[in-house]
Design a protein. Structure first.
Length: 125
């Protein structure tokens, strides 16, 4: 086995993040180092894409701040990621939703994915 593939396999087993995809709104707690100080910064936005696989996997998150769109490309297996939390699941048909860049206001809304409710067998008696 190639040594790079072996290291990637070990790295993938270490980091565990929730399952998310394009269209989901996530909150990423990212560690920022400024000189000798260290702080956690929250970056909440919509996932535009996930790309690559293994140790080189990245995802792009977009948010609107002060009327200006800000995108950040974050490596999935970065040691600077403290946590990733899925705020809401979005229902989109594509894996890469770059069309969101041109949309603003109501047109930029992504409908929330509906979850199927489990039937309760005991209530049907």
């Amino acid at each position: 086995m190639d040594k790079i593939k072996q290291l990637e396999g070990e790295l993938n087993n270490i980091t565990t993040h929730p399952d998310f995809r394009a269209g989901d709104t996530i909150s990423v707690a990212y560690k920022i180092i400024e000189g000798s100080k260290e702080r956690i910064q929250q970056f909440q936005g919509v996932v535009l894409q996930r790309r690559n696989s293994g140790a080189g996997e990245t995802f792009t998150v977009r948010k609107i701040s002060g009327g200006i769109g800000i995108e950040r490309i974050i490596p999935l297996h970065s040691p600077f990621i403290e946590s990733i939390k899925v705020v809401r699941k979005g229902s989109v048909r594509r894996a890469r939703i770059f069309y969101q860049r041109e949309r603003t206001g109501k047109a930029a809304r992504i409908p929330e994915k509906r979850m199927k409710m489990a039937k309760n067998d005991s209530s049907e008696s």
